[in-house]
Design a protein around this ligand. Structure first.
Ligand code: TRP
Ligand code: ZN
Length: 476
């Protein structure tokens, strides 16, 4: 079961709900509101004044002691004159900050890292920020996420989960989907551990750690398509990789824990077929590579759509393909959420509703349209008793990942399909993924595409389905 299913039940024992009830006061992100990019739910997230282009994260990972030693670099362009600027970053001990190779002053205020270069950066100038830091990563208990975020450690393995606001718990970042960037990762681990990260594996280099006296491997990954910060991930463990190609030619590389490889290999067995299926429905697969990673988390069934390499908690792997709907869900996010990202976090139904509907498309492909209709009707009935929550196009920061966003979002997609017909519906999806590829989209953007493609004003339709609470009946 995944987080989506867990959060469907209002009395769920999932830690997300428990924590929310205990914690009445919500800690706001530190720093002044004007320090963010203007997301209404997260006034402190991200930073104005520059546009991040590329992050390079060089990390030495002590897998057994859970210690990190990192050199991070952000390449950015100043969009205004900058006497100082902020990054989002929490935890660790910072040993050095440089701007364009020159030592820079810095101070920390809550989750803000405030950096003052020796001279103001002129508007339009490209600049580089190097931060050296080390320490034991602390879990970040975000009030907005179903489980602890940041860099986690368990059983001599590590993994990263950051949606929505946890990227700052492992590297200094402009932490908002509006500022996408490309990434390079260089992760050094002692043998026999293996590291995996977003993007394409471009080098594996043997080495030696003089201090510890152990042989090491350094894994270099390049994520060449723009990526939202919450989708950046690194995982380390005793992993084995398995490779194949989709029919459409996309290289697929999965990472499985060595002891679970046989079961996982079977469970992930239809990945290429799924990728080709959705490439047909949604438009070409938007990235250079794909492949899942199985992580050693134990938080009740977590999966996250980290770009090009979604991660799945190992408990989901059973060897009998029970996890297939979750695999489909995280794959669909590569189009909806990753390639086309939310403009603001309130647009989350564009991620979760679409990925949920993708599960039902897979059901339709395998079991026919009657099975799809039954599924949608069942979910619609279940939503019927829950009509007092906020509308899914503005669910509030604490309901981003509530069952309502997923399920009503999925049903909305089906209602749209019924209203405008299959041809206009799938053409809408493909136009949307093409038009907003590597960019951000809002609910209004999606409505505009659907209206344009179908030749109908769909504002009244979407008002009822996503901007109002009362659940409309399913169209015939
Ligand atoms: N996007 C995830 C999904 O589709 C849900 C999710 C949100 C999540 N935040 C998370 C999962 C943090 C793990 C950790 O299923
Ligand atoms: Zn999802």
């Amino acid at each position: 079961m995944n987080i989506a299913n867990l959060s469907l039940r209002p009395t769920s024992s999932c830690s997300f709900h428990r924590r929310r009830m205990e914690q009445q006061e919500v800690p706001q992100a530190q720093g002044r509101p004007e320090d963010g990019v203007g997301d209404p739910y997260f006034p402190g997230l991200g930073n104005p004044g520059y546009d991040a282009q590329h992050y390079t994260i060089q990390a030495k990972v002590d897998v057994q002691d859970n210690q990190l030693e990192v050199k991070s670099k952000m390449e950015a362009v100043a969009t205004q004159e900058l006497p100082s600027f902020n990054l989002d970053f929490q935890g660790f001990a910072i040993s050095d900050v440089k701007v364009n190779g020159q030592p820079a002053q810095f101070q920390r205020q809550g989750r803000e890292l405030i950096i003052s270069p020796q001279a103001p950066l002129p508007q339009g100038q490209s600049f580089e920020v190097d931060v050296a830091y080390a320490g034991r990563p602390e879990p970040y208990h975000s009030p907005y996420a179903p489980i602890p975020l940041g860099w986690s450690h368990r059983n001599d393995s590590t993994y990263v989960l950051s949606e929505p606001d946890g990227a700052s718990a492992w590297f200094p970042v402009n932490d908002h989907p509006q500022d996408k960037a490309t990434y390079s990762f260089e992760v050094t681990v002692p043998k026999p551990y293996v590291a995996a990260a977003n993007g394409r594996l471009i080098e594996t280099r043997p080495g030696y750690d003089d201090v510890k006296g152990v042989e090491t491997s350094t894994y270099k990954f390049e994520a060449r398509e723009p990526m939202a910060s919450y989708l950046a991930t690194v995982t380390v463990g005793e992993l084995t990789s398995q490779e194949e190609f989709s029919r459409s030619g996309v290289p697929i590389r999965h990472y499985f824990p060595v002891d679970l490889a046989r079961e996982a290999s079977h469970d992930f067995g239809r990945t290429a077929e799924m990728l080709d299926f959705f490439s047909e429905k949604f438009g070409p697969y938007p990235f250079e590579t794909y492949g899942g990673a199985v992580i050693d988390a134990s938080v009740g069934g977590a999966a996250l759509e980290t770009q090009t390499m979604p991660i799945f908690e190992r408990g989901m792997v059973t060897g009998d393909r029970r996890m297939e709907t979750v695999l489909v869900h995280e794959l669909a996010h590569q189009w909806f959420g990753n390639s086309v990202s939310v403009k603001n976090w309130k647009d989350i139904w564009l991620n979760e509703g679409f990925a949920t509907y993708a599960q039902w498309l897979w059901l339709e492909k395998n079991q026919g349209s009657d099975a799809l209709e039954r599924q949608v009707q069942r979910v619609h009935r279940n939503l019927g008793w829950n009509q007092d929550g906020p509308p899914i196009a503005d669910p509030g920061p604490h309901e981003l990942f509530s069952g309502n966003v997923y399920m009503r979002g999925g049903v909305t997609m089906h209602a749209l399909r019924k209203t405008i017909g299959d041809e206009a519906f799938f053409s809408t999806l493909r136009t949307y993924t093409e038009r907003f590829r590597d960019k951000n989209a809002s609910t209004e953007d999606f409505i505009a595409v659907a209206s344009q493609v179908s030749g109908q004003d769909l504002n009244p339709f979407f008002d009822r389905w996503v901007r109002q609470t009362t659940l409309p009946p399913l169209p015939a």
